[in-house]
Ligand binder design. Sequence first.
Ligand code: NAI
Ligand code: MG
Length: 362
Amino acid sequence: ASFKLLLLPGDGIGTEVMDEVTRLIEWANGTGAISIETETDLIGGCAYDEHGEAISEAAMQTAHAADAVMLGAVGGPKWDGVPYDKRPEAGLLRLRKDLQLFANLRPAICYPALAEASSLKRELVEGLDIMIVRELTGGVYFGEPKEITDLGNGQKRAVDTQVYETYEIERIAAVAFDLARKRGNLVHSAEKRNVMKTGVLWNEVVTKVHKDSYSDVKLEHILADNCAMQLVRAPKQFDVIVTDNLFGDVLSDEAAMATGSLGMLPSASLGAADENGMRPAMYEPVHGSAPDIAGQGKANPIATIASFAMCLRYSFDQGELADKIEAAIANVLDQGLRTGDIAQKGCKTVGTREMGDAIIAS
Ligand code: NAI
Ligand code: MG
């Protein structure tokens, strides 16, 4: 099978970590299992410098035409003063909005070799493999009214509005159930139906989607606050967690801390499937452009490499290649190779390129 992939390395360490992905693409093409054709364009501060916009119209068109987009990171102190609608993050937000990427997938995987670096006890996190599915385009971040009113007596009133409609919950639930079928076949749906109407509807719609189309998958409903507690008490009870935009923001960061470093965390954002089952998709590390270490060849490329593995699995249907990459990551960590952010006593600290080399060789 042959696919088009748009590479947007971006700013800071984005370009350094994306170089390692470029080499992995050559490896993937070399296996003969797949043919990935790449195009590379600018996003973020570098695009602003070149075009006066955080992403050009031409790059947006390429993104629409591509089967998937891989992003490095955007931003840096150089662009602190640029107008708000042209700031580096505006390029990212434009992509999410125009491609309608409503499902944000954040895996929390604890590699055995890094269990010591977790903020939780080793026995709680060893072998941990959770997928948090966060609704990304609705909820309280976007609902109207959203305003601050001056009440005139030295007091103000701030309002955010949580809104969800049936179709938004149906489509995110379907993503979660589909994923669960390829994993541990268990979905926890987290909301607060005890105090929120959106929670009541969320619960109702997820229950119906489950009954109608996914009764082979095990479904558990959990209150979001209890879910937060269970994530630090016994995280291995979870497989897939599906939740709204706000709870998903918080719960995915919480789960991330079970895994060690920011430099290890991949993500995917998916849109609606077309008639062939292809979804618009963007894959990116969770971390930013790390200006403090940019240009020094020290960045950990694993988050971006693991994001590429997700791209192979979810957009290109190459689960086996994805498995190989993930096994290679675990393997080099077992061998004791570490970038600076995950440095450990008794292990060898290496740079971006050496880590990439080792993963490709493994
Ligand atoms: P950051 O994630 O860039 O860095 C936070 C800390 O983690 C730094 O000490 C950095 O050196 C370290 N770090 C991050 N990724 C690493 C990696 N792969 N290997 C080794 N160490 C790593 O977050 P920060 O400092 O808050 O933001 C820096 C810039 O990045 C800002 O301009 C911010 O707006 C932007 N940003 C962009 C994001 C994106 O492109 N999706 C996400 C978050 C921030
Ligand atoms: Mg967050």
